[in-house]
Each structure stands twice: as C-alpha cells, then as structure tokens.
Design a protein around this ligand. Structure first.
Ligand code: ADP
Length: 653
C-alpha cells in the first residue's frame, strides 16, 4: 500500500496537535509572544484562547510576573537552549483564583538550519494531582518514618521499662522474700520469746498466734488455744479483762498492768498468779487496730517473795512494838542518834531529844561499865550492856542495850544500830528470886534447927522412957517436920506448875461443904472464927483438892497478915456461870500500888524480916491453880480497911 498522495497540511497537523492531551504552545521572540496553543495548554492557563493568542506571555498571564518562567523563556530564545523541569510549581489565576499548580515542562528552542532560533516549543503537563499524590505519599512516608522512629524510640523505652520492670520485679521478689522471712522471723521470735505472747484478731478476738511461754502462763496445751477466741480459751479471765481488751481495740491505746492478781485454771487446777502484762494494739497504715498483742510475764514468785519480806518486816515491827523494844541508830562521826518513840519513853521522854540527854541519864555508878561495853563493841562489832538509868520521874530503871557496829573501809566504827529494853521488871524478879532463896534457906533452917535440938534431947533421955519430956519433944519434932514438909510441898508445887505438871482431877462438888471442912487447923486453934456466907447450894466442877489448897492459902494469909482480924469471912456467890469465892479479913489492908504484883512468884509486900514466915509463893501457886481452871483471881483492898482475896471458877464443864 502506498502513502496517501495528499499529505496533511500544516493546518491539519496543527488540528491534530490541538486535541492532544498534553499542553503545547509555540512562542516567538524575546517577549515570548504566544503564536499558537492547543486546548490543553489554554486549559492549563485557565484563559480564553482569544485573549492569549498573539500576546506576549507577560500580557497573557500577568500573574507570572515575579515568577522565573518569563526569564527562562527569554534565556531559551536568546541562547537557543532547552530548559525543562518536573513537578515545577507555578502560580496561575484559574477561574479567577490564584492557585498553585505543578507541571512537567519543557521550553525547547526550535532552530533553523543556520542555527538561528525560529520559535520556542512549549510543552507542559499538569502533574498537580500526581505531584500532590506523591507529595502526600512522601509526607505519609515521612510520617511513617517518623512514626516508625517514634515507635522504635517507644519500643526502646518499652524495653528499658521492661528491663526496669524485670529489675523491680526482682527487687519485689527479694523484698517479698525478706518480708516472708521477717514474718517468719517475727513468728519464730514470738514463738521463742521468753515473755508470753498471744496475738488476737481485733475483729472477732480469734487467737492468731500464741507462743509456748503463753501456753505455760495460762496452763493449756496449744490445741486448746487454736481456732478459738481468747475468752473461749481462757474463760476465767474474761470477766475482768474482756472489757479492758475491747477498750484497747476501740481506742487504739495500749493498756499496761503491773502485778495483777488473777486466778487461772492451769491444767485444770485453779491457781492464784501475779502477772505484769500489756495489751498492745497492732495498727495498719491507716491507723486501724487489726490485732491485739498480749504480752505477759508471770511475777508470782517475785510478788510472793516481796510480800513475805513485807510480812517479815511487819512481823518484826509488830514484835518490836509488842515487845516494847526501843530502837536507835547512832551516827558515831556526827555524834547524833535517831531513836524510836519507845526508846525515848524508856527514859521518860515523849519526844525526840539530843543524844546528850540519854548519856546524862546513865546512873553514875554504871558509867564505867557502859564505857567498857562500848570499847568491847567497837572491837568485836557487837554491843551488849545492862545497866541503870535515871528516869525523868527520878526512879532508877534497868535497861539492856544491844547493837551491831558498822565500820567504814578503814575499819573505823561509824555507826551503831540496835535495840533498847527496859529490864527493870526482870531485874526485880531476879532480885525476888535471890531474896526467895535466902528466905527459903532461912525458913528451912529454923524448923531444921528445932528438929535437930529435939532429936539431940531425945537422944540424951533415950535411956529414960518415962521422962515427962518425951511427948513434948516428939510433938516438937513433929511440928518441925510438918513445917519442913509444908515448905518442901510449896517448893515442889512451884517447880511442878513451872513444868506445867499441875494436872487437875475435876469433879462436881458443893463449895460450902468443902469450905466447912477445910481450914480445920484454924478452927481447932480456936482463936479465929470462919464465917461462911452466901449460896450454900452452889456446886462447881473443879479439882476439889486444888481449890481446897487455894482457900487454905488465903485463910492462912489472913491469919498471918491480919492477925488482929478475928473474924474471917468465906463468901460464895454465883456470877455468870462462875462461882466466886471471897476470903475477907479486917486486917491492915494492902497498898494498891503493890497489889498488882501480889500474885507473882516470890513476891512479898514487906521483904524486911522473916517474921511472917512466908516464901512469897502462896498467892502465886493459888493464881496458877485458878488460871488452870479458866477462872480469875484478885484482891480488893485498901490500907486500913482490910483485904478481900477472891477467885472465880466455872460452875460446870
Ligand atoms: P507468903 O508465902 O510470903 O505469904 P503470898 O504469896 O501468900 O506469900 O503473899 C504475898 C504477900 O501478900 C505477902 O507477903 C503479904 O505481904 C501480902 N498478903 C497476902 N495476904 C494478905 C492479907 N490478907 N492482908 C495483908 N497482906 C497480905
């Protein structure tokens, strides 16, 4: 096939290009006069064809002023070069609005054979959509990268955090282990603590933990303490201590007690114990009491020991008071002395006085003895001294001072601590005893001498039984013998009553009848009249022989000490289940000051002379007999008005 004979005309060619999708234009000259432009280019420019063809670029598209394109066209025209660009931004007024578009373009100088520029072929494609798409993609890619980077960064952070987390997890683990360990340690501490510990949950008082010491304190096995409330486990303490514990739970304030006395049922047996204890609130971080820790120590032994010391102190104090013992504390350096009230009283003082007063009271004859005792005491540490003092009332008293000497580190005596007793009575008794011994010897000597004389005389006349002397001498010997045996009887009675051997043989008998027959020796002598008065029917339950002896003693005394009183009354009365027997004389009577001592052993009102031939034992023995019957003995007497000695004995068993 051959080519068409009539190839396309220039106009036809232009028409082809006119519909081409890319923009094409032909410019000419220094000012880039628009000679031709296809529809696509006109559309790019956003103008009417008629307004742009034949115009310079600047006139056709005034918005290009200030943009690089007009200069680029001039350069292409003048230098015959090609300038191209892709995605090049250009601001154009389209639809009346200045907008930015992007183009791929080419300004190409079309030259003649001589190399002269004929025109500029201008091609352009609007790539705005593509470009912006690319741009968006790029932005997105950038964002993505940024995002990625961020991600990477946060990933890194995450990794670090993770590592930290792992590390802190490790720390937690260690902490937890430590906690568990310290918890275990705490528990084992609780278990092994020497103090009794019991942990009680505040909400329901259930026992949470309890150590062996606590089990021992309450005297219960562990099985009786587990899964119970404290008061189920130890009910005997609930009454007193449940309110106290509740108070601690409510207030959060600890409760402490010392030496509380309580009864615990230990291993089934009630025991009184003393405990020091505390209810310690255990609080959570928000201050709430979630448990009570009971801490306790048994102090029973300590308390008992202390109490027994206190008791002993009390006893010795009572003993000192009851024993009328005066005490003193002498400071040898200062020369001062602290004395008890009783000490002061022994000297006759009602208040504390300087030591000098006591020293001055020492009986002058005894000063040397006292000095010697002190000297001894400083040497051997013990003071013992008996001597006389002059009481503030002027009377001489006997005292016994005892003490312990204390020394300083150099061995110098610095202090004496001791006791003081008034031993006047003891001394008096000793005196009486000495007197008694001489009286008793004297008393015995008289009848023995008489007996001896009688026997000598009898010996002389033994060859002459018809002698008128014989009966007289025998009679005298008998009387002497009787006297001796009476004296010996008295002495025996004293030692018997001393040894508590005075046994009673009690029967029921009529007193008057007994009084009628007793003292016949007095009646026979005829000088004295015995008059029985009162309740003649009265019977008593007593040792008749012993009571007879008492009456004989009293009647004999009346005869001896009231010889002028020829009538002696024996009076019987019943008083409150007792029989009262009185022996009344109208003799000289007895000084009231001396009456208190009458019934003591060896006591005699008048010690001078032995004319009354007594041993000072009659009333003492009588008193002993009456005491053993559970009765009383006494005397009512006034000087010059006679004496009534009386005793009482029970009517029945
Ligand atoms: P004695 O064996 O010396 O008589 P007593 O104990 O019987 O001892 O009497 C003690 C003292 O009581 C006597 O020494 C005497 O001074 C006094 N006494 C006893 N009875 C009487 C009395 N009826 N009247 C006066 N003095 C009496």
């Amino acid at each position: 096939m051959s080519e068409p004979a009539n190839p396309l005309s220039n106009q036809q060619l232009l028409n082809v290009l006119a519909t081409y999708q890319y923009g094409i234009a032909i410019h000419y000259g220094d000012d880039s006069i628009i000679q031709w432009a296809n529809d696509a280019m006109i559309a790019i420019w956003g103008k009417d064809k008629e307004t742009v063809i034949g115009k310079s670029l600047e006139d056709a598209l005034p918005e290009l002023k200030g943009q690089p394109f007009i200069d680029m066209f001039r350069k292409v025209w003048r230098e015959g070069i090609t300038i191209s660009g892709t995605n090049t931004a250009a601001d154009l007024i389209v639809d009346g609005i200045l907008q930015t578009f992007y183009f791929d373009f080419e300004y190409k100088a079309i030259k003649t054979g001589e190399g002269k520029t004929l025109c500029i072929l201008h091609t352009a494609t609007d790539v705005t959509a593509r470009y912006l798409g690319q741009q968006r993609e790029q932005d997105m890619a950038e964002e993505l990268t940024a995002l990625n980077e961020e991600l990477a960064a946060s990933n890194e952070e995450l990794r670090t955090t993770n590592e930290e987390l792992v590390a802190s997890q490790e720390q937690y683990r260690v902490l937890y282990e430590e906690l568990a360990e310290s918890n275990a340690r705490f528990r084992s501490m609780v278990r092994q603590a020497p103090v009794s510990i019991c942990i009680i949950r505040a909400a329901d008082l259930m026992i949470q933990d309890v150590n062996d010491a606590y089990l021992e304190l309450v005297g219960r096995p562990r099985t009786e303490m587990e899964n119970r409330t404290i008061w189920q486990a130890v009910p005997e303490a609930a009454e007193v201590y449940a309110p106290v514990m509740q108070q601690v739970i409510n207030s959060g304030i600890k409760f402490e007690a010392k030496e509380h006395e309580l009864v615990l049922i230990r291993n089934g047996n009630p025991e009184t114990v003393f405990v020091d204890f505390a209810y310690e609130p255990m609080r959570s971080s928000d201050g709430e009491t979630y448990a009570i820790m009971v801490l306790g120590i048994e102090v029973t032994e300590k308390v008992i020991a202390r109490k027994s010391i206190e008791d002993a102190e009390q006893r010795s104090r009572l003993a000192i008071e009851a024993g009328e013992i005066g005490t003193y504390d002498l400071d040898l350096k200062a020369g001062t002395m602290i004395t008890s009230d009783r000490f002061n009283q022994i000297f006759g003082y009602d208040e504390d006085v300087p030591r000098q007063k006591f020293v001055e009271a020492v009986y002058p004859d005894d000063l040397a003895r006292r000095a010697l005792a002190q000297e001894e005491a400083y040497k051997n540490g013990k003071l013992f001294y008996e001597g006389r003092i002059i009481h503030t009332d002027g009377a001489i008293r006997w005292i016994r001072a005892q003490g312990n000497v204390f020394y300083d580190k150099d061995g110098t005596p610095v202090r004496v601590l001791g006791t003081l007793l008034d031993i006047t009575r003891v001394q008096q008794l000793n005196q009486q005893k000495d007197d008694f011994i001489s009286i008793a010897s004297h008393e015995l000597k008289t009848p023995i001498t008489s007996l001896k004389a009688s026997l000598q005389l009898l010996d002389r006349i033994k060859e002459n039984p018809s002698s008128a002397m014989l009966p007289k001498l025998i009679d005298q010997s008998n009387r002497s013998m009787q006297k001796i045996s009476a004296l010996v009887e008295d002495l025996l009675n004293v030692s018997r009553s001393n040894a508590s051997q005075l046994t009673l043989n009690k029967t029921t008998f009529n007193i008057s009848e007994m009084l009628n027959v007793c003292c016949n020796h007095v009646r026979v002598a005829g000088k004295y009249e015995l008059i029985i008065q009162g309740d003649v029917e009265l019977e008593v339950y007593a040792d008749e022989h012993a009571i007879d002896q008492v009456v004989v003693n009293l009647v004999n005394n009346a005869v001896k000490y009231a010889p002028e009183s020829l009538k002696i009354y024996l009076i019987v009365e019943a008083i409150d289940g007792y029989a009262k027997v009185s022996v009344k004389d109208n003799g000289p009577g007895i000084d009231p000051a001396k009456q208190v001592n009458l019934f003591e052993r060896y006591y005699q009102v008048a010690t001078s002379g032995f004319q009354n031939s007594g041993l000072g034992l009659g009333l003492y023995i009588s008193a002993e007999i009456i005491k053993r019957h559970g009765g009383q003995i006494g005397v009512d007497s006034e000087l010059g008005k006679g004496s009534t000695f009386w005793f009482t004995i029970p009517l029945s068993e």
